[in-house]
Design a protein around this ligand. Sequence first.
Ligand code: 13P
Ligand code: SF4
Length: 352
Amino acid sequence: AASDPDLVERARAAKAALGDRVFILGHHYQRDEVIEFADVTGDSFKLARDAAARPEAEYIVFCGVHFMAESADILTTDAQQVVLPDLAAGCSMADMATAEQVAECWDVLTEAGIADVTVPVSYMNSSADIKAFTGKHGGTICTSSNAKRALEWAFEQGQKVLFLPDQHLGRNTAVLDLGLSLDDCVLYNPHKPNGGLTAEQLRDAKMILWRGHCSVHGRFSLDSVNEVRERIPGVTVLVHPECKHEVVTAADMVGSTEYIIKALDAAEPGSKWAIGTELNLVRRLAKAHPDKEIVFLDRTVCFCSTMNRIDLPHLVWALESLVEGRVPNVITVDPETEKYAKAALDRMLALP
Ligand code: 13P
Ligand code: SF4
């Protein structure tokens, strides 16, 4: 649906009044009405870099989810303030690993005698606490666009990796990019004593995968892939690595949101694509490429409900508050957490 013209005008006016004092970042899963006002759009990795590259902007308005705003706060200067237009924009995957659970897991690894040979690698989609844990234990952050390099780096530092919190990105990268076998991976369930694993299983494993997942990408199934291949002969199936292993294995291509966008930019006119990622992005891509047939991989509607929390009314409210001299919904990470989380993020940014 078209945006309310009054709100569009107010957003424009507030943004113009703030000028270079504000920098608006938009993740690819945001609504069109929000993307329209973003100074830059990107995947989690690109946005982390873009936030760090704007020291002159007093306010970073982050149109994305909470963990991204936290990362932006960690990577920007102390004088800059990061605003999340709706504080309810969290991420169910990030919530699947709490600091207490991860500390307990590290105790289990210590008991099994493997903590000192294990390197934590945490997906960007995690709280600042988890990033700090990662930094404290010599690990790195990764995103879906550099997970392969992050894992290669980690296996140069130690014998095992504890991968948090997305089991699918961890498994897909280990098996498809690093050539490990499924048997090299074990699943640590934070809701079971000792993660539901024996000390022997932990000692035998190369990848210890945290039992977290994305509820949006978890909806795609092997049936969705088979069904779309039947429905659209010659279709290329392109999915995000947060999808289940069986879905990624059955697909033709796999990559981050930025990768998906570039693949479609490079695609031949007339080519047919089924995309397995969040629906705002897929719809925008279909609109941007009328010469290609681009469909959503599943027949059910699949938005990320927390990404969608950021809408035009929230953006207008945030911008107008800034114009009036109030800074709403500031996301701050405490200095101790920030120090270690930054160490882990800096390691990621320094990956070759
Ligand atoms: P990327 O933008 O890094 O591909 O991540 C997708 C995602 O789920 C963000 O929450
Ligand atoms: Fe979290 Fe999945 Fe939404 Fe990304 S798409 S913010 S991983 S719930």
